[in-house]
Write a protein that binds this ligand. Structure first.
Ligand SMILES: [Zn+2]
Length: 450
């Protein structure tokens, strides 16, 4: 399907997006004066809810590429409309010399940073460089009486969701049969078990994403020995759902584990593969191979918000919810411009849904950020790297270059600072240049948990 129709829809969507911004005054010189809007956007105090949206690998260039393509260079995505914006550094540290930075982080180390407030080594899932576990914002919020949710388009055992609900020495230890790099965490050795097992015992109220293959592995020791992790979840009172119909019929009475694909969920869009000499200008297309039974990220975000809102309607504390657009990163690795843009646009639809909720629930802190930068760049013409040219919403050609690896290998993360934008109580703490570990303390101050 040609995306001109979709693009038109998205332009209308951007124009009508509901934003918690006060009216911007127009100064005598005809340009906007943002002074009073910024002043009004600064709110201290406690938040009832915190919603954190992570665009994995969504550096400034990934945002700009998606904006140009979808709404044009002068258009604005939903994520562009948060009232307060800053930048944060993302570096990891060296495992054997933790005083020294590792300038290019992965999602595990960066996620451990924003989830726990501690820098760690690449591959670590909420453990310190000495491999000791540290509590996460989700665990602390739950202990303090908040409801919790964790939503992703990746496997639920992938680094970003995993850092909230598990502690292992390597991100590879996704299921009980995949513990080769984590002997110390293996249940057989008295550890807490794999990421999949720990995610279930975390008691998170709503978990939605992929990764069914690891939930289908068999627990090797302890109380649930012989059951699959999915059966463990079932006897632990989870509603298990595996498709979009199950997602819409799931209720707020019991915790929900939705696992919608064996691995990562399928891509929204497809398009040209970059080459050394570039491509003819082309448009992206909807991925018709995506199973209709897989919900989209905005559907999962919507359900998580509805369930958590219902569960907290009569309680003093609200909820903490993380929503990840995971395959922005994965398609940047794959040098797939339309794959990457389609995931960024789907993530932005989830941001729009969250901002609608915030409009009627202004005591919600909303943060939109990334965990690290990535390889894609907008360039003038074919480069030393691999390029593809797309026709944007401006009806102009945009050439995108991937140049951190050969096309047959995985493109690499970059060590740049990334955008962090926020609105609601404590949002002013994202202003200026901070560190991804500071986000833990911003969310902690908003919820009153430490
Ligand atoms: Zn990555």
């Amino acid at each position: 399907m040609n995306l001109r129709f979709r693009r038109g829809g998205a332009v209308a969507l951007a124009a009508t997006a509901i934003v918690a911004l006060p009216a911007v005054a127009v100064a005598a010189d005809g340009h906007h004066d943002n002074t009073s809007a910024a002043r009004q956007a600064i709110k201290g105090g406690k938040a009832r809810n915190v919603i954190l949206l992570i665009g994995d690998g969504m550096g400034d260039s990934e945002i700009t590429i998606a904006r140009n393509y979808q709404v044009g260079a002068n258009g604005r995505l939903a994520m562009d409309k948060l009232p307060l914006t800053g930048a944060y550094t993302t570096y990891a540290v060296q495992k054997d010399a933790p005083a020294k930075p590792d300038y290019v982080t992965d999602s595990a180390a960066s996620g451990t940073g924003w989830a726990t407030g501690h820098k760690t080594y690449n591959g670590a899932i909420s453990v310190l460089p000495n491999e000791k576990p540290v509590p996460t914002i989700l665990e602390l919020a739950k202990q303090a009486g908040f409801r919790t949710g964790n939503v992703t388009t990746a496997e639920l055992q992938d680094a970003t969701p995993a850092v909230l609900g598990s502690h292992v020495v390597s991100r590879n230890c996704k299921g009980p049969a995949s513990m080769g790099d984590c002997a110390v965490n293996d249940k057989v050795n008295g550890g807490r078990g794999s990421i999949a097992e720990q995610m279930v015992t975390s008691g998170t109220d709503v978990m939605l994403g992929g990764g069914k293959q690891y939930f289908d592995q068999t627990v090797k020791a302890g109380k649930y020995k012989g059951l699959t992790v999915l059966q463990q979840a079932q006897v632990s009172d989870y509603q298990i759902i595996t498709d979009a119909a199950g997602l819409s019929s799931a209720n707020a009475k019991k915790p929900i584990l939705g696992t919608f694909a064996p691995g990562n969920m399928d891509l929204e869009w497809v398009g040209p593969t970059p080459t050394r000499t570039g491509t003819a200008p082309a448009k992206c297309a909807v991925n018709t191979a995506r199973p209709a039974a897989q919900p989209h990220l905005a559907d999962m975000a919507d359900k998580a918000i509805k369930v958590l809102d219902k569960q907290t309607r009569y309680s003093r504390k609200g909820f903490f919810l993380q929503i990840e657009g995971a395959s922005i990163d994965k398609q940047d690795h794959a040098a797939n411009p339309c794959g990457q843009i389609g995931e960024t646009v789907a993530f932005d639809a989830a941001v729009k849904r969250v901002l609608q909720y915030q409009k009627s629930h202004p005591d919600t802190l909303v943060v939109v950020t990334a965990d690290h930068g990535h390889t894609s760049q907008i360039v003038e013409s074919p480069t030393m790297g691999y390029t593809a040219t797309l026709i944007t919403a401006d009806d102009a050609d945009m050439t995108i270059s991937y140049a951190t690896a050969d096309i047959s290998a995985s493109q690499q993360h970059t060590g740049t600072q990334v955008r962090i934008a926020a609105g609601g109580p404590q949002a002013a703490n994202v202003l200026g240049v901070t560190n991804q570990t500071d986000l833990f303390f911003t969310m902690g101050r908003a919820t009153g948990v430490k």
